[in-house]
Design a protein around this ligand. Structure first.
Ligand code: FAD
Length: 524
């Protein structure tokens, strides 16, 4: 065959592929085919742009339809329909919790987005008797509502995220990490049971003893094996009040040693986090609206002077009748720490006020038009043995200020993470969550810095450094675009992860926005 003949063949083949991909992305028959499925809820085919947005505000993929389900059976019917279309159809299905993903993870280009919040307010049931109380909730329930319902019985979930306007199914598909994780593990360590619609459209109940492979697979499973329609969450007695304390360090070693000591103690604070502050002024003044300095005169003289500082943040739960005991315990714990003495700030708030604290910031940012803007966040898990190398390179060298958003930094204990779940963590007994939570407001004048480009560049410098220095970092809320990168993220766990995909979603219908598996094209 002449070379120009073979070129022509290659071109024709490419044209065929592109035509098929185009057909897959926007199939004009989707609405009529879906309308024929009997569901109690309804589809929306016209106003679908809301499902092409998320908290990251950077990725926008239009779906063909949004399903507002009334039950798990609605979701099962739709997934089963897509499954029966077989690999020739490019249709995919993405569950959307509260759409707080960062890079389109809950989106489905040309596919069907399941609006999980339509299941909210279904049967929430608190079982308060017995030794292991729990609450049964829908997968689309927001954690703030789970808290409200549980508190009616004097109970609350044990493990949290910093922000509660996230869905149960969304955080359980990642991990759900906050300052209680050192003791209770992430949210995925505090679930007894799940109801899941698999990628074959089958509704399955699962737990540690029933269909346990699906149970553990779905926890931290990035939505790859099924849509979580119900969850049974562990509860504990809820305290009424919280003592909330912040102290500052200028020495990173003292800061991390104190954090590590606190999370290793049996009798310790109930919540332990921390954050880095780079080149900020007037910081303590900002805190004064919600925190009281222990020594106002000394605190008034403290000058952060553009230094890099580290804030240790912790809380102690208490009920008003036990204030005295709580204060003694707090004093004893604080006496072991090496913070800068003039920087002790404290406050007493209700448990609800504490857990819902980020919502207060959300309302403020919304009123200033600073919530619905791009969020180029980067969340990393760094092994304890390398946190000093990491900090030396990143704080002060790569990042010269933290004015774009908070930088969280706190350790957790690996023993509280169940290694049967799908979440990927560093291979060390203790590791740090380091979260760069940047916001990128639009430029107010042409000469302003492009904050989005700047933050993305810093993120890639941090990632490059981690790679080159062999930090052993794992991304939390991971974002990769090629399967090679995903394989490397999962490492030895890849085989198990892909086996589970084959078992529960063999056509790769679910959560396409994670870009781990791609729905098979007809020739593959
Ligand atoms: P979505 O963004 O809607 O979905 C996330 C992924 O899960 C998608 O792939 C989606 O398809 C899939 N999915 C959604 N629902 C289901 C379901 N029912 N079954 C199966 N798959 C499903 N995370 C922490 O761990 N700790 C924090 O402290 C924390 N703080 C945050 C603060 C803010 C302000 C924001 C915006 C996010 C924070 N997160 C935190 C991250 C959060 O856990 C993720 O954004 C997560 O995706 C939850 O958001 P969501 O419910 O909106 O899920």
């Amino acid at each position: 065959m002449h070379s120009h003949d073979s070129n022509l063949l290659v071109k024709l083949f490419l044209l065929l592929i592109l035509t098929l991909i185009a057909m897959h992305v926007s199939d004009p028959d989707v609405p009529s085919a879906l309308q024929a499925i009997a569901v109690d809820g309804h589809f929306n085919f016209h106003d679908v742009s809301s499902a092409a947005r998320d908290f990251g505000h950077r990725y926008h993929f239009q779906p063909s339809a949004i399903l507002h389900p009334r039950s798990a059976s609605d979701i099962a019917a739709v997934v089963k329909h897509v499954f029966r279309l077989g690999p020739r159809s490019g249709l995919t299905v993405a569950a959307r919790g509260h759409g707080h993903s960062l890079q389109g993870q809950a989106q489905a280009p040309g596919g069907i987005v399941v609006h999980m919040e339509s299941l909210r307010g279904g049967e929430t049931r608190v079982e308060h008797r017995g030794e292991s109380p729990y609450v049964d909730v829908s997968g689309g329930e927001l954690w703030i509502d789970v808290l409200h319902e549980s508190l009616k019985h004097g109970l609350a979930p044990k493990s949290w995220t910093d922000y509660l306007h996230l869905s149960v199914g969304g955080t359980l598909s990642n991990a759900g990490v906050s300052g209680q994780a050192f003791r209770h593990g992430p949210q995925i360590s505090n679930v007894y049971q799940l109801e899941i619609v698999t990628g074959k459209g089958v509704v399955m109940n699962c737990s540690a003893t029933e269909n346990s492979d699906l149970f553990y697979g779905a926890l931290g499973g990035l939505g790859q094996f099924g849509i979580i329609t119900r969850a049974r969450i562990a509860l504990e007695p809820a305290p009424k009040m919280v003592k909330w304390i912040r102290v500052l360090y200028s020495d990173f070693t003292n800061f991390t040693e104190d954090q590590e000591m606190l999370i290793s103690l049996k009798k310790t604070f109930d919540y332990i986090e921390g954050f880095a502050i780079i080149n900020r002024t007037g910081l303590l003044n900002n805190w004064r609206s919600s925190f009281k300095p222990q020594d106002p005169a000394q605190a008034g003289r403290f000058d952060s002077d553009g230094r890099t500082l580290f804030c240790l943040e912790m809380t102690k739960n208490f009920n008003p009748e036990e204030t005295h005991i709580m204060e003694q315990e707090v004093e004893e714990l604080l006496s072991r720490l090496r913070y800068i003495p003039s920087t002790m700030f404290q406050s007493e708030v209700t448990y609800m006020e504490f857990l819902n604290r980020v919502h207060v910031s959300e309302m403020k940012l919304r009123s200033e038009g600073l919530w619905e803007i791009p969020h180029p966040w980067l969340n990393l898990l760094i092994p304890r043995s390398r946190i000093h190398d990491f900090a030396r390179e990143v704080f002060g060298k790569i990042l010269t200020d933290s004015s774009n958003g908070p930088i969280l930094l706190y350790p957790v204990n690996k023993s509280k993470w169940d290694n049967r779940t799908s979440v990927v963590i560093p291979d060390e007994e203790m590791f740090y969550l380091v979260a760069f939570l940047s916001s990128a407001p639009a430029k107010s004048s042409p000469s302003d810095r492009d904050t989005l480009a700047h933050a993305l560049k810093q993120n890639s410098r941090i990632l490059n450094y981690c790679g080159k220095a062999g930090i052993g970092m794992k991304q939390y809320l991971p974002h990769y675009t090629t399967q090679e990168e995903w394989r490397s993220h999962f490492g030895a766990r890849w085989e198990k992860f892909s086996q589970r995909k084959e078992a529960y979603d063999p056509l790769a219908i679910l959560a396409p926005g994670q870009r781990i598996f791609h729905k098979a094209l007809p020739w593959s």
